[in-house]
Design a protein around this ligand. Structure first.
Ligand code: PHE
Length: 494
């Protein structure tokens, strides 16, 4: 219905019809004014299709009394006519005939000097021969569709003979993008429109430039990064400085041999370690140091009897993905030992390591290690326990237990356990120890310098913190980005 009217308006405008007043236009096309206005409003949604200009119109109509007046004259005139020309008539008689409004009408007729009151008889008499009933004429004119002066209309309204109502009509014209075809405007500019140059002809929907954009979905921190920041802060608060961990590929020498890890050790097997195919070997080593490492493995020294096997340089040269960040600690300790004068250091690192592991819910072939070390003269196991207590206390963990363990490069070694209030059991947090002289002395560190160190994974506390029970939900292609987006900031303290 409205669509037909819309089309009619467009066709008429196209044909040259001037629509100066929608009401008149509606009458011309025999449609309801509301239908025309509705169709016009629909057309206004297409930008610059049509122009519209509203203006007020007043509709004047006759009241019931007004209709009677057109036929019989105003009450004033009826009273005039009702008065006996020669004998006069009393007001009571007139009121009985014309009703309760007679009194007022009589007053107006007196004021107009149509009638007069004879004081002697108390009767009303006609004062003139004939009268002109202007109000009746004006009402008749209104009924005939003519306009009357505003002052007259105001008077008629006051007498409740006429009523008026104001409403809005419109002038409609052609817009800059006028067309007789209604084409739905496009909301988006497409590649096709651009390449075919079609955008010039297309009408676009108006854009709301004040609308807020869709929330961006990028830039969220992964839980591992949040927890890493917390650990980094703990180390920094404790005065540790960060080691450079940007080498994922390491030689077996720095990852194992320098740590006094024998070449037959099962960890050096391809079942546990990823070996690099290309380049498969490293060739640059500090040769004198390499020689001392070679000797400590084969023959021992500094009070150790060594492992007593034929150490192979080729084995040490093999490139691997580092299996622990202790390879980085080792390089840093070697550099420290090259300093003219020994100065105590506190180092930490948090980065990725790789192990050729069977994958399951809690193991991946790569994970992050958190590692800390302190090198100073005469450090003891007591220092290590104190340090670990302080470190974990900063994470809100106070109940610690230490269990003797074995590492090829530390002696003594301790696994660190904490009581997990949620799980109601002791859980392993990490590994620690004092680096062996077989590792430190070939580097050239003074005899009284000991290095205490510990390491743990970043994934474990993250999974506990964010209540994730499958590592695949945290790392890899099965990660749900909504979880990453919505997980809260990390605070490790209490
Ligand atoms: N490198 C050990 C690991 O991979 C952790 C560790 C670091 C142990 C330092 C003792 C000292 O588990």
């Amino acid at each position: 219905m409205s669509e037909a009217t819309q089309q009619r308006i467009l066709d008429d405008l196209h044909a040259g019809t001037v629509i100066a007043d929608t009401e008149q236009y509606a009458a011309n096309i025999q449609a309801d004014h509301q239908t025309v206005v509705g169709a016009m409003k629909s057309l206004e949604r297409y930008p610059e299709m049509i122009t519209t200009k509203p203006f007020d119109k007043t509709l004047v109509s006759l009241t019931e009394e007004g209709l009677v007046t057109v036929k019989e004259g105003t009450l004033d005139a009826r009273i005039f006519n009702g008065i006996d020309k020669t004998n006069g008539t009393t007001l009571a008689e007139l009121t009985a005939r014309f009703g309760p409004a007679t009194g007022q009408a009589q007053g107006r007729a007196m004021k107009n000097k149509w009638i007069r009151l004879d004081k002697a008889s108390g009767k009303l008499f006609r004062a003139v021969e004939t009268i002109v009933d202007e109000a009746q004429q004006q009402l008749a004119a209104i009924q005939a569709g003519q306009t009357v002066p505003d002052s007259a209309l105001a008077e008629l309204r006051k007498l409740k003979l006429a009523a008026s109502r104001t409403y809005t009509a419109y002038a409609i014209g052609k817009g800059d993008k006028f067309s007789t075809k209604i084409v739905k405007p496009e909301s988006d500019l497409t590649t096709a429109m651009l390449t075919k140059d079609a955008w010039r002809e297309v009408t676009f929907k108006d854009k709301n430039l004040k609308a807020l954009g869709a929330p961006t979905s990028g830039g969220y921190l992964h839980p591992l990064l949040k927890v890493r920041t917390q650990f980094r802060n703990i180390f920094l608060e404790m005065g540790f400085s960060e080691m450079p961990t940007n080498n994922f590929v390491e030689s077996s020498f720095w990852n194992f041999d320098a740590l006094f890890q024998p070449q037959q050790h099962p960890a050096r097997d391809s079942h546990d370690t990823f070996f690099i195919k290309d380049p498969s070997t490293s060739t640059q080593f500090p040769e004198d140091y390499l020689k001392r490492v070679h000797e400590i493995h084969e023959k021992g020294g500094y009070g150790s009897i060594g492992y007593r096997y034929d150490w192979s340089r080729a084995e040490a040269q093999k490139n691997i993905l580092r299996t622990h960040t202790t390879a980085v600690s080792t390089r840093m300790l070697y550099q420290l030992a090259q300093q003219k004068e020994f100065k105590p250091v506190k180092y930490f690192s948090i980065d990725r390591v790789f192990r050729n592991e069977a994958l399951d819910a809690t193991h991946l072939a790569e994970f992050h290690q958190i590692e800390g070390l302190v090198a100073d003269r005469n450090l003891t196991l007591g220092d290590l326990i104190g340090l670990l207590s302080q470190f974990f206390k900063k994470m809100g963990i106070e109940k610690l237990r230490f269990k003797p363990a074995f590492n090829p490069y530390t002696e003594p070694s301790m696994e660190v356990y904490s009581y997990h209030e949620g799980l109601k059991k002791w859980v392993e947090l990490g590994n620690s120890g004092i680096f062996r002289p077989e590792m430190l002395r070939p580097m050239g560190l003074p005899e009284d310098v000991s290095v205490i160190a510990w390491g743990l994974s970043l994934e474990r506390p993250t999974m506990i913190k964010y209540k994730i029970d499958n590592i695949r939900a945290l790392v890899g292609h099965k990660v749900d980005f909504n979880v990453i987006r919505s997980n809260p900031i990390c605070r490790l303290d209490h």
